[in-house]
Ligand binder design. Structure first.
Ligand SMILES: [Ca+2]
Ligand SMILES: [Ca+2]
Length: 315
């Protein structure tokens, strides 16, 4: 970049920061009593696109984020220093051409796991067609595609189930994981990978983390169904969900749900009060421990040019 272009770009970004801060003044959003907010990192423009417009995970040292400009099928991954929030690496247009050709348009929430000494990012992939097979792609922690992927459909598609037909012509079209695969969450302690539908989720689909073979369904109890699950991560035998839903119509808050992975029992773990003039979209979620405390980080999109990485202490 030329010096002039860099200056112009810095000026444009500064204006974007100013305008978005009018809509969502920093310092207003404080979290809740049992989930106090401890830090906010705002990303704008290209950084917002790569840095958490969709998903987030961590390996204890780095955050890994996903973002998209779905309208032009452009999806990005980034690696951020967890201490400073600075983006240290980003890659644009990361969905392999073979999947883009099948209308896979963006990566949802992502999850880190170490499997047999290999450090991997499990990346959920969505499609423009809700009936398409939903896919998880494996990336390494340098943000390179490993060439490995799996179809996530809740069961093995045999020829009897139309395995030889295009996805939208099978007898089960639209019944499982329709509305895209919004997230997947790895648990490298018990060797499993979890995912669900985006809307109307009444069960989790459980896969083998190493082979990506389908294992079983875990029915969710304690709630009829969950809508708008955008992100998730496993912590201490439970799945924490970033649900892009308010507690009641018109309320300015968002729900963090929790599912016991032994029983499937659901409860509302936390409510995040949301402030500012913006209609936020809650997206990714990840959890980490530091100095004996546990923290929960969400990515939130402000529907303009900024995304926010909000970190809370799980009190
Ligand atoms: Ca995640
Ligand atoms: Ca999403």
């Amino acid at each position: 970049m030329t010096a002039l272009f860099t200056q112009i770009w810095s000026f444009i970004c500064a204006i974007a920061v100013f305008l978005t801060s009018l809509l969502a003044p920093s310092g207003l959003h404080k979290g809740s009593e049992n989930l106090p907010l401890v830090s906010t990192k705002q990303l704008v423009m290209i950084d917002a696109f790569a840095g958490g417009g969709q998903g987030i995970t961590n390996d204890g040292v780095y955050y890994y984020t996903s973002g998209s400009l779905a309208a032009i099928q452009l999806s990005a991954l980034a690696k951020l220093d967890m201490e400073t929030g600075e983006i240290i690496e980003k890659k644009l247009d990361v969905i392999p051409a073979e999947f883009k050709a099948m209308d896979y348009d963006h990566i949802g929430d992502i999850s880190y796991a170490e499997v047999d000494g290999e450090k991997l990012l499990y990346c959920s992939l969505e499609n423009l067609d809700d009936n398409a097979d939903h896919v998880v792609l494996l990336f390494d922690t340098d943000l390179n595609y490993t060439g490995r992927y799996a179809y996530m459909r809740g069961y093995v598609i045999t020829d009897e189930l139309g395995g030889n037909l295009p996805a939208d012509q099978r007898p089960d079209a639209g019944q499982f994981l329709c509305d895209g695969l919004p997230w997947c969450a790895a648990d490298d302690e018990n060797g499993k990978l979890y995912c669900s539908r985006y809307k109307g989720a009444d069960r989790l689909y459980v896969y083998d983390l190493k082979t990506l073979d389908f294992l079983y369904e875990l029915p969710i109890t304690g709630i009829d169904q969950i809508d708008r699950i955008q992100g998730a991560e496993v912590y201490n035998g439970a799945l924490y969900l970033n649900i892009d839903h308010e507690t009641k119509e018109g309320a300015k808050d968002r729900i963090i749900g929790k599912i016991d992975l032994t029983t499937g029992a659901y409860e509302t773990a936390y409510v995040r009060p949301i402030t500012g003039m913006i209609d936020w979209e809650a997206e990714g979620l990840t959890i980490f421990e530091k100095d004996g405390k546990t923290y929960l980080t969400t990515t939130d999109y402000d529907h303009t040019v900024a995304t926010y990485i909000h970190t809370y202490e799980m009190a």
